[in-house]
Design a protein around this ligand. Sequence first.
Ligand code: PHE
Length: 395
Amino acid sequence: MRAVRAVALLAASLAVVACQSKKPEAEAPAKAAAVPAPASDRILVGHVGSMTGSEATFGQSTDNGIKLAIEQWNARGGVKGKPISLRTYDSQGKPEEAAVAATRLIVNDKVNLLLGEVASSRSLAMAPVADGNGTPMITPSSTNPRVTKDKDKVRPFVFRVCFIDPFQGTVMAKFARNDRKIDRVAILRDVGNDYSMGLADFFLAKFKELGGTIVDDQSYKAGDQDFKAQLTAIKNKDPQAVYVPGYYTDVALIARQARELGMKQPLLGGDGWDSSKLYEIGGKAIEGSFFSNHYSPDDPSPRIQEFVKAYKARYGGVPDGLAAQGYDAAMVGFDAMNRATDLSGTAIRDAIAATKDYPGVTGVITIDANHDAVKPAVVLEVKDGKSVFVTSVAP
Ligand code: PHE
């Protein structure tokens, strides 16, 4: 499995390189084909992602989505006639590493655009680096409000192409209260994770506002192996569902241990569940649980089906939400660069900020005054080892 993926990744990076050298004849003398174009003749994009570690599918899927976008733009002649190339650094799932990688990409490699991270805690570590150097950054899928807004000041160079957690928390609170008629929920949150802490709070506030009761609010730390103490406490409060806004590896273990304790309640969660590993590790224990997400590959909309088809042809698997978000982040970035008056950080920044009605795979993208995208969310149910579409919720 691992070897197959390594080969796929290698093939992917080779294909990006191959596209770069496929410059139109007129522009590229024969010898240029073998030598990478000098910096000024190409666009360099940097990606910081968790390519390894317990959230490795986040980085890998995002990178796949970005590469697909690059190949499609390069096949059409690139941005402003220049081929795009990609440099990806591994955050290893750590905020400190994400900041170091962002610095390397900006200061040493001089990227025109920075993409990443998925996890809010890691994007929060990168954001000051992007702002401090005047390099535009687009996070595909970090949903914590503080990623683009530091207290009440919008970060000038940082953008996202996804919705934010006050909305995502509301979606699930409404789904639990109104659709599933649930009165009593317990929360189990990851204390070291900005995303998890924020989303738990937003869900809690909305669920209470809708007349529900939070019967318990427990916590864990990413990487914990034993959740039985918290789950036993929760079990004793007899909730009808447990809200677990964490990442897939922990969530899958939590689901298994909850079932071992005889708990039958569905778990509810957010986009952090989105990984094929959730179903692999969680198995039967995660069936019948629900989470909010950015898109559903089952959506019949032609834009989504076209993307799913291109992704499958390229990588041989169904794209998860991260892949779709990575693709959209790159697409929005390239569209902005193409429109920008020049390739300076400020010009690209201004063009990203002016993005309006961009037809993304994950929805129509308009960047608002807070540098966020206002988009619908979907609720998915885990069924037969995959996620199936339940409902879509407009912003
Ligand atoms: N929204 C999560 C965060 O901000 C990251 C994430 C997005 C994870 C999409 C999975 C899918 O940390």
